[in-house]
Each structure stands twice: as structure tokens, then as C-alpha cells.
Design a protein around this ligand. Structure first.
Ligand code: NAD
Ligand code: ZN
Length: 362
């Protein structure tokens, strides 16, 4: 089968012939139908985050089950599934207390370089990425890295839920627990930020302020639920948000992954407000906060994959889509072949796209 391999950072992905072994007892072999391009992949391609290379990237996907291991009862061949990198064991302390995204069992949630699920007829090891590696025609994954979905859900929309949508929506609903009427700011309205805006609308937030440097993104944000828009090119973002809200917001979400915007997210909070950092700030970089702000009970927290319980959350998101509340069609800016993947990442880097998806049957 074909897969897009990252050999070296800051070099294009190369399409290679790759194979996967038969599923082990708790593994599932999936025919990949759609894979979304997420900025997290790009962070690794640019070396802002370390990963053993060569590797097959990709972590936002949907497909059809081809084969299951001897102990798998959850799915059968033909089932439609969405993948999630938040693979969980179900028995560690974090899983049993409901925080499955923080699963600590490394025999299930394997560390980078640990799994042996890809081979390519060379001596050098080919690494699986985040226990998934979606930029490949087939994926071999643990059964707890997938959720079964209804078959009338279009797979290209389902794939988006696998990372971008669950991350943005979950940051608002699960991590920050935004309640009706509260004010929300989302800094960075790409695939993940748009899901935070749409999630805030579903949660019944009051003011929803979208911040982005791209006017086309701000326009789409308005369609998805933003009540106000802020363009950083029109002046200090923190001051613009303070002016709009009469002093600051209840919840801010940084969905970009930069020091400056993370600091802005904290600085724009009203007393008692909470900043949630979703963006991946380059590995090793520190952020600076004004210590006094903690005296007025301002808080800052991280969010991993929207603190999801994906076996519950993803089918619910599909129901929201079916009821017209989650506008997934608006996310897709381009449908690409696997061979066009580098073009997709170039467009992401230029800030042109919300989401590009690889259609494996195209
Ligand atoms: P993206 O590239 O699609 O979107 C980024 C957006 O930021 C673009 O719309 C761009 O126009 C905008 N932007 C650029 N400069 C800006 C500025 N100064 N102020 C405001 N907006 C600006 O990215 P994405 O795929 O949506 O991912 C966003 C971030 O979320 C990335 O850092 C990604 O790694 C991270 N992420 C985190 C998790 C998690 O579990 N925490 C999961 C997925 C993605
Ligand atoms: Zn992602």
C-alpha cells in the first residue's frame, strides 16, 4: 500500500510502498478512506516537535474495518470507524477516573518509536505516528483507538471529527465547561479554532469573539457562531477584546500554538476567567504571565484533544451534524489525492485553508 513518509524535517513527504502485518489479538486493520491535514502534523514536519524518523504522519481519519484480531469484539469487517490518537487502556488510574486522554499504559498508548506496525522492506525502522499514521492506505491500530459510527455519515466529514473538531469542541465543552451566557474568545480560527467557535455556539455561550489575521476565516467564523470578530492587524488584540466586553472575558482559547497569543489569551481574561491553551507551543518554549493577575483568580490550563471521551463524544458530534448544529461541510477547503499532500501542507502554512482532506478513493 501507499503511504506518505517524512524522512527528514523541513523536507517534502515522499510516497512510498509500505506494509502492515496481520492484526494482533486486540488490533484492527482499517482501509483508510479519508485523512485530514492538521497543523500538528506540520509542527512535526517543521521539527518544532521531536519524533523518531522516518515516520508516516497523519492522525485525523475515517475508514472501514478490514480485519480484526482474535480478541476484538467491538467492531467487525465492514464497520465504519473514526480514529482517535487518544487511545486508552481503560484500566489505569486516569482511565478509571474518566480521564482517558491521559491514559498512562504505554503498552496501549505507545510512546513515539515504540510500535512495530509499519514495514517497508528496508532495514531502517519506519515509525508509526501517535499510534495511528493516517497518511496511508491502511492503518493498523489498537481497538481502543477507534469509534464505530453510523453508516449514513459521510466519511470525509467524519474524519474531521477525529482530531480538529473533537479538539476545538471538546476544549470548550469538556475542558473549560463553558456554560450558557458566558463570554468566549477564540484566538486562531483554523480547523480547530472553528470547532471551538461552533462548540461555543452549541454550548449556548453569550459573546463569541473570533480572532484571526485572515478576513475569510473571520467571515466563516461569523457563520459558525461568532458574534464579534477581531483582526490583530487593527491594533492590540487584548485591548480590542477588553473594549468589546467591557473589561475581559470568561473564557479564552488559544488555538494557534504561539507564545505571544498564549500570553494574550491570559491577559484578556476578566477576574475569575480561564484561559485554555489548545495550540502546540514549540517544544521547550516558555510563556510569561503577569503574576498579579492570579490574585483575581484568573486561571490557565492545557487541553489535550478536547479532554475527549471519544467513544461517547464523536457519535454525539455526528448527531449534532445530522441536526444541522455542527457545520462540518464548511471546514473542507480542498479534497486532495495522497500524491498532492505536500501542496495541502503548503496551503496550510500560507493560512489559506481551514481543512484539506486526502480522499484515498479519488
Ligand atoms: P491552522 O493552521 O488551520 O489554523 C491557524 C489559524 O491561525 C489560521 O486560521 C491563521 O490564519 C490564524 N493566525 C495566524 N496568525 C495569527 C495571529 N497572530 N492571531 C490570530 N490568528 C492567527 O491550525 P489548526 O490545525 O487549527 O491547529 C491549531 C493549533 O492547535 C496548532 O498549534 C495545532 O498543533 C494545535 N492542536 C492541538 C491539539 C491538542 O490536543 N491540544 C490537537 C490538534 C491541534
Ligand atoms: Zn490534529
Amino acid at each position: 500500500m501507499k503511504a506518505a513518509v517524512l524522512h527528514e524535517v523541513n523536507k517534502p513527504l515522499v510516497i512510498e510502498d509500505v506494509s502492515v502485518p496481520n492484526p494482533g489479538p486486540r488490533e484492527v486493520l482499517i482501509r483508510t478512506k479519508v485523512a485530514g491535514l492538521c497543523h500538528s502534523d506540520l509542527h512535526f514536519m517543521e521539527g518544532l516537535y521531536p519524533h523518531p524518523l522516518p515516520a508516516v504522519l497523519g492522525h485525523e481519519s475515517a475508514g472501514v474495518v478490514e480485519k480484526v484480531g482474535s480478541d476484538v469484539t467491538y467492531v467487525k469487517p465492514g464497520d465504519h470507524v473514526v480514529t482517535c490518537l487518544s487511545v486508552f487502556c481503560g484500566t489505569c488510574d486516569n482511565c478509571t477516573t474518566g480521564r482517558t486522554v491521559l491514559c498512562t499504559d504505554t503498552t496501549v498508548k505507545m510512546l513515539p518509536g515504540q510500535s512495530n506496525r509499519l514495514s517497508w522492506g528496508r532495514k531502517e525502522k519506519l515509525n508509526q505516528f501517535l499510534n495511528l499514521s493516517s497518511f496511508a492506505e491502511q492503518m493498523l491500530v489498537h481497538e481502543n483507538a477507534i469509534v464505530k459510527i453510523r453508516k449514513d455519515m459521510p466519511l470525509e466529514l467524519a474524519a474531521l471529527i477525529g482530531c480538529g473538531v473533537i479538539t476545538g469542541y471538546g476544549a470548550v465543552v469538556n475542558t473549560a465547561k463553558v456554560t450558557a451566557g458566558e463570554s468566549v474568545v477564540v484566538i486562531g480560527c483554523g480547523g480547530v479554532g472553528m470547532a471551538a467557535i461552533n462548540g461555543a455556539e452549541i454550548a449556548g455561550a453569550g459573546r463569541i469573539i473570533a480572532v484571526d489575521t485572515n478576513p475569510a476565516k473571520l467571515q466563516l467564523a461569523t457563520k459558525l457562531g461568532a458574534t464579534d470578530i477581531v483582526d490583530p492587524r487593527n491594533g492590540d488584540v487584548v485591548q480590542q477584546v477588553r473594549d468589546l466586553t467591557g473589561g475581559g472575558v470568561h473564557h479564552s482559547f488559544e488555538v494557534l500554538g504561539r507564545k505571544e497569543t498564549a500570553e494574550q489569551a491570559f491577559a484578556m481574561l476578566a477576574p475569575g476567567g480561564t484561559a485554555t491553551i489548545v495550540g502546540m507551543i514549540p517544544f521547550g518554549q516558555k510563556i510569561e504571565l503577569h503574576g498579579f493577575d492570579f490574585l483575581r483568580e484568573r486561571k490557565i490550563q492545557g487541553s489535550s484533544m478536547g479532554s475527549n471521551h471519544f467513544r461517547v463524544d464523536m457519535p454525539r458530534l455526528i448527531e449534532f451534524y445530522m441536526r444541522g448544529k455542527l457545520h462540518l461541510e464548511d471546514w473542507i477547503s480542498a479534497k486532495l489525492k495522497l500524491s498532492e499532500i505536500n501542496e495541502g501542507f503548503a496551503n496550510m502554512k500560507a493560512g489559506k485553508t481551514v481543512r484539506s482532506v486526502i480522499m484515498f478513493d479519488a
